[in-house]
Design a protein around this ligand. Structure first.
Ligand code: PGA
Length: 235
């Protein structure tokens, strides 16, 4: 078989991904492992600060993360799928269904923020700071899933990656808020260290992931449609 010839029959692939990429990495790995079933895969999921540490420590073969510009001379980065940040509230929140909410209106709301070291946290705080604003932080949580529960539980609103909402069904309990400056448009990159040569397996996975990107975009588009429906029905 071709896979045997290429030396891909057995071996190891170690991936390190941001907490936002945990929503897509298993799907890509599932498709990859169907083609290369003999490969032993490990997936580490953590926040930006810890992914950067792993990258510098050569803990994994390949990373899915934001672009770490500060390390540009030490790493290779390949632009990957979009990772939009959206503002999320409970469907029964007074702001759900309102149009063009100014950022300043959110400064009055209870905010749920990710832990320090999180890329989402930094992006949200930077966005508020650019508007001369500081969010009123009600609670800090180290998990996107816990944040979704906290929103539904009425503890506040939060910015989340749209990827964390792709399994929410239409008519669910979360709503996207139409806030000035949101979604914050960002994208992931596939990143590896120049200091280590990519293994054949890692190189093969990299190409596979790039080919898989349209599927990921399709999931995002689907999620957006689900939430547009929720928003419109509330008006
Ligand atoms: P985080 O990263 O898990 O560090 O918040 C997510 C992201 O920036 O997409």
């Amino acid at each position: 078989k071709l896979a045997d010839l290429k030396g891909l029959k057995r071996g190891r692939l170690r991936l390190g991904v941001l907490t936002t990429a945990k929503y897509v990495a298993p799907e890509i790995l599932g498709a990859f492992c169907q083609v290369y079933p003999g490969i032993d895969v490990s997936l580490k999921v953590t926040n930006r600060e810890h992914i950067l540490e792993r990258l510098l420590g050569h803990d994994d073969d390949l990373y899915v993360m934001g672009q770490p510009r500060e390390l540009n001379d030490q790493i290779q980065t390949i632009p990957f799928a979009p990772n939009p940040l959206v503002m999320v509230a409970s469907v029964d929140h007074p702001l759900a269904g309102q149009r063009a909410i100014p950022l300043s209106a959110l400064a009055e709301e209870n905010f749920i923020l990710r832990e320090s070291g999180s890329g989402i946290r930094d992006a949200v705080l930077a966005h508020f700071a650019a508007g001369g604003l500081v969010p009123r932080v009600r609670m800090q949580l180290g998990s996107n899933e816990a944040i979704k529960r906290a929103i539904v539980g009425g503890l506040g609103i939060a910015a989340l990656s749209l990827h964390s909402l792709t399994l929410e069904s239409a008519g669910g309990r979360l709503a996207l808020l139409d806030v000035e400056g949101f979604p914050i448009i960002r994208r992931w990159h596939l990143v590896y260290s120049r200091a280590r040569e990519l293994s054949l397996i890692a190189r093969t996975f990299l190409d596979f992931a790039i080919d898989y990107e349209p599927e990921i975009r399709a999931r995002l588009a689907e999620a957006e449609t689900n939430f547009a429906h929720v928003r419109d029905s509330l008006i």
